[in-house]
Every structure is written in C-alpha cells, then in structure tokens.
Design a protein around this ligand. Sequence first.
Ligand code: C5P
Length: 400
Amino acid sequence: MTLAGKRILLIISGGIAAYKSLDLIRRLRERGAEVRPLMTRAAQEFVTPLAVGALAADHVYTDLFSREDEQDVGHIRLARDCDLICVAPATADLMARMAHGMAGDLASTVLLATNAPVLLAPAMNPAMWAHAATRRNVATLRSDGIGFIGPMAGEMAETGEAGEGRMAEPLQIVAHIEALLDDAPKPLKGKTAIVTSGPTHEPIDPVRYIANRSSGKQGHAIAASLARLGAEVTLVSGPVTLADPVGVTVVRVESAANMLDAVTAALPADIAVFVAAVADWRVATSAANKIKKKEGEGPAPLELTENPDILKTIGHHQSRPHLVVGFAAETADVVANAQAKLARKGADFIVANDVSPATGIMGGDRNRVRIVSKDGVEDWPDLSKGEVADRLAARIAKAF
Ligand code: C5P
C-alpha cells in the first residue's frame, strides 16, 4: 500500500486516452490512495461520469457553478484538500489555459487555486504536441514547477498515426506519483550512483549480434531502489524491453565497449553497482556488410577477442567509487568463484547467484543471492528482484 492515505485529485480532460484513466483510478486505489475525480465537459464525451465515479467510489466533480458541489466542497477546498493533482489525460487545450492562468471552468480554476504538486500526463496528436504553441506552453508550465510524465512515442489510438503524443501507461503514472509522494527517509541523498544493467549486444555484422539471456530486471530494480533512497542514479543499460525506472537518468548502450565508455563518462560517483551481463567476448572485427552465405562453403569463422572488464576497470580506476559492487552469475561453485572475483576485480562485495537454467533466475522475477565480502558470506532467502534491490540499496546506504 505505497499510497495509503494519500489523497489524489484526478482531473480527466477530453481526449481518447481518457479510457486509460479508468484503469489509472483502479491502480491508484489498489495502492491505498483516495481518488477524487474531476472531469471537464469534453472528458464526458469520452468516458461517462458514471464509470469514473463507480471506480473511484466518490462523487465526480464537473461544474464550476454547481450549487450542490459548491455547498459541499467548493472549488477552493477541492484544490487544497489533496496531496497531489494528476491531470490524465492533459489535453493541449487545458495546458494552454493553465499556462495563461485562465480559470473558465472547474478544472482550470482548481489548477490555478491549488498549492499541491501537479503532475500532467499529456496526450494528443503528435503534430499538436510538436506545435510551437504547445512547446511554449510546456516550457512555461515546467518553469512554473508543474511536473510531466510523457507523452510517449507510439501509435495513436484514433488515427493509427505514430509519433510522440500517447499518454503514459497507468502503471508508469502510478510509479511517478509514488515517487513524488514518497516521504520515506533518504539516506543516500547527495550521493551519486552508477548502475549497469541488461545484456550487451556484440555486433557480428550490421544485422547479427552475440547476446545473452539477461532481462535487465535486477539491474533496473537496483537503480530504482537507490533512487528511492535519494541517490542520483545513472543507469547504463544494454538493450532491454523494460520501462525506464522513475527518477533515474538512463543511458542506453549496445556493446561492452559502449558500456565502458558510458560508465567512465559518468564518473566520479560514490557508488557503482555492476549488474549487467556483459559479453565476455566480441567478434574481433565486425563486418561492415552482411556476411553472405556462400553455396558449397562452410560457415564463415568468427574470430573472438576479449571485451574490457568494466567492473575490473572501475574497481581499479583512479577515480574508483567509494563503494563498488559486482555480481557473479555462476552455474557451479558459486561462492568460491565470487570470493576469487572480489580481489581480482577490486569490488567491496559481490552478489552471487546461481543462474543454472533450473533456478529460472535469468529473465525471471525472483532471485536468490549470497552477498560475498571480505567479512564472509550472507545467505539471503528467495526474494523478488525488487526485494533484493531494496535490501541491497539499504545495505549500500549502511556503508556510508
Ligand atoms: O567475470 P564475471 O563475468 O563473472 O563477472 C561478473 C561481474 O563483472 C558482474 O558484476 C558484471 O557486471 C561485471 N563484468 C563487467 N564487464 C565484463 C564482464 C563482467 O563489468 N566484461
């Protein structure tokens, strides 16, 4: 119940993405939030107040001059009695009115009267989002301290056009709200961290590459956990299909060589956690053109050469972070291998796990790890990757 007791005023303005706001209400309430819905006139053309009110289990506010509502709550109280206002979807029109301080309807009046944090999830046609007028309004709103999530790139619901303009998904909005309303202690405030995550892709030719089964779930979760404890996190990620964690700077790379460059560029840092499953070898010279299959000839030989060891390089770097953590994915002799890695790679501790196919860890949602340091071995129980990340972040915080 990450949002237990939090009061969120959800303003739904008029766009087709309003259908996603119904799910957003459910996701917020599942996490313990109280959701008070407010709909513009146009929003009611897309989803009904009946559906919104039923999901929110609250009255739906729609009119600035409703005698009933004004006696009951009033627009000023509506603006003040909440921990956060989320506008999803936020249309170009509503943003334009907000940027100019207009207050011609209930939504804009409440947005002008509030002193709660405001988060907008814009949704509109890509041409409208790219228009100079919208760019100006977004810049004004940002400088007024209004927060944004999205819009995302992808296909538009109504026209099938692709581009930037889709509303963020409900779970992304929820994660953002959780981060904004998180009042937990921040023991890593002021500290910087670098986290590597995911696999690397080592090119063979322009269309082929060598890769591995890493999903990036554990690395991304660790980046998110460190950020929740207040660290300023740079996540250097190989190719993954995961959403960017909230409150983290993400640098996307392909190969081990790119990853080392990105990590080095992010130095100095207080903390570095190397979770990526970096390919040990790359093709010595990747071909500029696609390697052709030739009739009657065997496959072209692939000559491999060793990749830089990023953990080892940073573990012995002149600007070595204060705390360096490595991972050791093994299928046998897990602890002995991790112990050998500690000194060789210059790590303070190694998170060792058994990635034999039977464990289902590689690509899965759970992990069972042992923390190997010079002080000994800690055996952690079977946990979700998110729980492993939280525990690891707490352990890192203790080291400062
Ligand atoms: O030697 P091994 O690959 O088992 O070491 C795993 C640890 O080293 C992980 O923390 C991984 O992120 C890191 N590593 C690296 N660069 C490499 C190989 C591994 O940073 N080229």
